[in-house]
Write a protein that binds this ligand. Structure first.
Ligand code: NAP
Ligand code: ZN
Ligand code: ZN
Length: 348
């Protein structure tokens, strides 16, 4: 065991504060990483505040982790001390079920192990995430990070990047498609960059009129303020895909009506309450409602390599860890441009 320093939520209502805990010594297949940067995902807020139920406290959130390898176990093949490395949303899975065998560890039939707010297979010990100075992870769940990109801007790719890349690939989004991105936050801004890079026409649907200039700079072709009924009416029956990244409760029926014949709305956001659906909104235009959960390890590596090749990185605001509670409040207000990233040097 070695002592790690981090920030934790002690319960669903406490602000996050300094916390010390044990990390295991690297086993034969483990990689120990000194965490340099960790992105702040809205899922961190949902879980730290127990909005989905079942949260494990104390909780050290954070699943957009990049850093430097410090030690490796005797049987580690792909990493050595000094390498850049990343850890995303999951650190283990059963590895034998059909989902795992296909590289879809996130859909593991026996339950994937989350990077935090999970329990280690075997020991049942809680997992602690990236708001901390180091992490020890089996190399099968560690990603290679290119030296070419700015490291602090790579961190959010480990969740926001893969969560938007995976459905874009699954539904083969590209040239000739009209894609709407609902909500311009961490996931939303990566969806815009990635969908535009794949050749789609991209429209941002946002509650924040002041994000229009940024949306266009990120690669969007159109911008629609969802509070403006006339602007929404102009894109009725228009889109092939809507990527829904909204973190708060919202009316799905309103947005389904923007899909054209055979259009698909893909839910990525996980609002606290279940939405109500009007059947006619699907039936009337043979529309589809789908969902997608992060991505498997192989696809996450593919996404990181794609981003390195196309020079795609997140737009970030780097904060010291002492600012984390304030960052949460700003994210809840939609005031994020477009991902907060913690500089873990601020822990020491
Ligand atoms: P975020 O950075 O906070 O962005 C969410 C955006 O949603 C906001 O910036 C805002 O954009 C919009 N929004 C917020 N409240 C709204 C409201 N009441 N009505 C309409 N729009 C609203 O969050 P994130 O980190 O991108 O995460 C988004 C959601 O995805 C969260 O629920 C998170 O848990 C979930 N998530 C899912 C997966 C997955 O695997 N499926 C992975 C990661 C995260 P505008 O200002 O443009 O309106
Ligand atoms: Zn996330
Ligand atoms: Zn499995």
């Amino acid at each position: 065991m070695s002592i790690a320093k981090g920030y934790a939520a002690q319960n669903a209502t406490s602000p996050l504060g300094p916390f010390k805990f044990d990390r295991r010594e690297p086993g034969a297949h483990d990689v120990e990483i000194e965490i340099l940067y960790c992105g702040v995902c809205h899922s961190d807020i949902h879980q730290a505040r127990n909005e989905w139920g079942g949260s494990i406290f104390p909780m050290v959130p954070g699943h957009e982790i990049v850093g430097k390898v410090t030690r490796v176990g005797a049987h580690v093949k792909n990493f050595k001390a000094g390498d850049l490395a990343g850890v995303g949303c999951l650190v283990d899975s059963c590895r034998t079920c059909s989902s795992c065998q296909q590289g879809f560890e996130q859909y593991c039939e026996n339950g994937m192990v989350g990077t935090y707010n999970g329990r280690e297979r075997g020991t049942g010990e809680p997992t602690y995430g990236g708001y901390s100075d180091k992490i020890v992870t089996d190399e099968s769940f560690v990603l290679k990070v290119s030296e070419k990109l700015e490291l602090h801007r790579v961190a959010p790719l480990l969740c926001a990047g893969i969560t938007t890349y995976s459905p874009l690939r699954q539904w083969k989004v590209g040239k000739g498609h009209r894609v709407a991105v609902l909500g311009l936050g961490g996931l939303g801004h990566m969806a815009v960059k990635l969908a535009a890079s794949m050749g789609a026409e991209v429209t941002v649907l946002s509650t924040s009129p002041n994000k229009e200039k940024d949306a266009k700079e990120l690669g969007a072709h159109k911008f629609v303020v969802t509070k403006n009924p006339d602007a929404l009416a102009a894109v009725k029956n228009y889109f092939d895909f809507i990527i829904d990244t909204v973190s708060a409760d919202h009316d799905l029926n309103l947005y389904l009506s923007l899909l054209r014949l055979d259009g698909t709305m893909i839910l990525l956001g996980v609002p606290p309450n279940s939405p109500q659906l009007g059947a006619f909104n699907l039936i009337g235009k043979r529309r589809r409602l789908a969902g997608s959960l992060i991505g498997g390890i192989k696809e996450t590596q593919e996404m990181l390599d794609y981003c390195a090749e196309h020079n795609i990185m997140s737009d970030v605001e780097v904060i010291p860890i002492s600012e984390i509670n304030n960052a949460y409040e700003r994210m809840i207000k939609g005031d994020v441009h477009y991902r907060f990233v913690i500089d873990l040097k601020s822990l020491s």
